[in-house]
Design a protein around this ligand. Sequence first.
Ligand code: KIV
Ligand code: ZN
Length: 523
Amino acid sequence: MSTVSNSSTRDRVVIFDTTMRDGEQAPGASMSLAEKLELAKILEDLGVDVIEAGFPIASNGDFEAVREVSKIVTKSTIAGLARASTKDIDRAAEAIKPAARGRIHTFLSTSPQHRDFILKMSQEEILEQVTASVTYARNLCGDVEWSAQDATRTEQDFLRRCVEAAIRAGAGTINIPDTVGYTFPEEYAAIFRDLIENVPGADTVIFSTHCHNDLGLAVANSLAGVMGGARQIECAVNGLGERAGNASLEEVAMTIKVRGDALPYRTNIDSRQITRASRYVSAVTGFPVQFNKAIVGKNAFAHESGIHQDGMLKNPTTYEIMTPESVGQGATNLVMGKHSGRHAFKDKLKALGYELGDNALNEAFVRFKELADRKKHVYDEDIVALVGDALSHEGDTLVVTHLKVVAGTEGPQTAELTMAVDGVETSATATGDGPVDAVFNAIHEIVPHKAVLQLFQVHAVTEGTDAQAQVTVRLEEDGRIVTGNSADTDTLVAAAKAYVKALDNLVRRRAKTAPEPMIASGF
Ligand code: KIV
Ligand code: ZN
């Protein structure tokens, strides 16, 4: 595999990130094209070997995202997902065409539950389709990964035959997903050992883990898979993914790094970029990182009890197995104030991992100045929120331009709102049961819709009463779930912008088409 070098005696484990594909399948976690492009750059800086950028047949948006990510990423391999049909594989091949290194990731279910209830195919039919789909994909791309969906509930002898068929047809990576999060570490390791020992050609491919977290075992299972012989881990930033999510990238990478004594493996992950990736994914999806989340949680390096604090002062190794700096969680930096210039701002952005084009930089600088006028201390977290906000609102057709709210003990609470809708300004005044309700009612008057509010969440970006509020709004309409985020020192302005951003995403999503359900066709 071109992305792996063997310069060290430790076995290299390929990190395959699926935040933009499996992660985005989590209800409400959708990302815009601009957000995906920014995330792709962050993942590349992080040292991810393979970025699964989407499922190109799923929608034009997914296709475009895979294609555009393929254009800008130079070091990581870009994978596009495809079911076992010519239509899917053609679309994936087309989307990854601009990539310096592209991969078609094709899958078919193998378990009795999926064979009988979804595919209605016999074992022999599955085997034929594995051969046909992988052969077809290999004719379009030199790097093909094959996944046995629901592998861990598949009869082991049948799984061996499927893996053999995929290897014979030319797959270079064989993924054994625990699709429903059902397996446990020893069992999962044994599946890999058996395949590696007994399937002809197993020594010519890389085996991969893909673990869902339904029983909270995704990371443990992924590492057990590696101990059983797998050399690729599929994972997602913050453990994002279907249902309870996927194995968390930061947890697998740091376990391999910190426990090198017991796990003689290495990855290409630059762990100092982990916090940046985590914060970005949390901000754009609106999925908060739980305070006590391993590696990236707010409390992951906080020491509250006197005994712990005393130990930490004597020697940090008493209660810390890794340093906050090693995962990019430095102490909060006071960065700049209203007198800071454009050059210093640009340098700061660079240090935080952002390289903006001239226009985006100018816009971000104007917003920084406005923020510095309103807020005494501007911290790194403020800059990250500000830039994230500017990037995610790029190209919006619905824009909040003016908001005035009357709140307090004497009702009715009232909101006067002006919005640009496709460039045309419209105003409305509405009352509500509280100021947030009044603001949302005013938006409703300007953009009538039947979406239902599923989530309204506010958190402070930094400490202090002048902190920026990061607001997340999630809306649902006819099964479509969309999220909008915004940050502002005024919570109501952030709320209005987040709601309007969610509506903007909804308008885009209405244009998307869902893929047809998979049936045994196409070959
Ligand atoms: O969980 C799963 O089985 C998947 C496959 C498509 C790889 O996500
Ligand atoms: Zn999955």
